[in-house]
Ligand binder design. Sequence first.
Ligand code: SAH
Length: 346
Amino acid sequence: MKEAKKDIRALSKEEIRNFFVEMGDQSFRGNQVYEWLWAKGAHNFDAMTNLSLETRALLEDHFTINHIQVDSLQKSSDGTIKNAVRLHDGLIVESVLIPAKNRTTACVSSQVGCSLDCKFCATARLKRMRNLNPDEIYDQVVAIHRESMLYHNRPLSNIVFMGMGEPLMNYKNVIASIDKITGDEGMGMSPKRITVSTSGVPKMIKKMADDQVKFKLAVSLHSAIQETREQIMPFAKTFTLDDLRDSLEYWYAKTKSRITYEYVVWKNINDKEEDIDALIKFCKYVPCKVNLIEYNPIDDGDFQQAGDDRVQRYIDRLEAFKIPVTVRRSRGKDIDAACGQLANKH
Ligand code: SAH
C-alpha cells in the first residue's frame, strides 16, 4: 500500500534540501521549493514554474501542500472583514481584518475551539478540537494581507493573536508561525507589530521570557481579585493571580517589554470601587497599560457591559495613578467578528 503523502510545509528548509539530495538531485532545489511554499504562497506544485516538469512530478508523488481555503467572507459596515477559514481536514476557524485610521490589523486564530473556559466567550463553548499548525496560522495572515491590499489598498501592519484559541496552549506552533511571519523568507514583518494575547498561563509566560521573544504580550485580566476572576474564568483556580503576577514580573525582568492588560467592565461583576482598587494595585507590579474592551454580548445575558459612568470611573482612577489606559471600541459587531464572538455560527 502506498504511504500517505506528507504535508511538505511540515518540513524545514533543511529537510527539503535533504530530500532532493536523497533523490539524487541538488540541494539548492530545496531552497527554490521553500521559497515557493512560503514567500510566494504556492498552493500546488504546478505553480512552481522554475522547476522542471519531472521535479514537479516527483514532489507531487511524495507530498501534498495543505492549505487553507477562505470559505466565506463577510464584510461589516465599518470595513471589518471576517473570514471563515476551512482547514485541510474540513474544520473551520475564523480570522478578522480590522482596518483603522493608521493601521490594518489581522486578528488570527491559534486553535480550533479553545482549551480554556472563560464564561463570557463564545469560542470557549466549542471546546478545543485541535491545535493549528504553523502553516495554518501563517496562511490566515497571508489571506488577510491579500484582502487588505484588495479592499483597502494597503498592506497589513499589525497582527494580534486574539482570534479563537489560547495561543500559549499551542506555544510551539504559534512561535513557529511567528518565525515565518517575521522571517525574511516569509513576510519579513517586525515582531514589534505582533501581539500575543493570553488568558494568563504563568508557566508559558516564563517560557516566552526565557526564549527572549520579541513580540508584545497582552494578558486578559478582567479582574485582579482572585475570587472574581475564578468565577468568570474558572481555569484561574489553577492559574492563580499570584502565579500570574510572578510570571509577569519574570517576563518584565527578562524582556523589559511593557504588558497590556485587557479588561472588560461588567455590571455587578467588576464595576465596584474595590475592583478598581485591586486593578490599580496589580498594575503597580510591572510597567503596563490597560485596554478597556467593550463587551460583545454572546447571548444569555449573564454578562452585561457596565454603564459608561463606571467605565469612566476606571479611566479617571487609573489616570490619577498615571497608568496608561485606552478604550477599545468593538469592530465588526454586526457580523459577529468582534472579540469573543468567533464561534462558527454559519
Ligand atoms: N485566549 C486568548 C486570546 C483570545 S480572546 C486570550 O484570552 O487572551 C481575545 C480577547 O477577547 C481576550 O482579551 C478575551 O478576554 C476577550 N473576549 C472574550 N470574549 C469576549 C466578549 N464576549 N466580549 C469582549 N471581549 C471578549
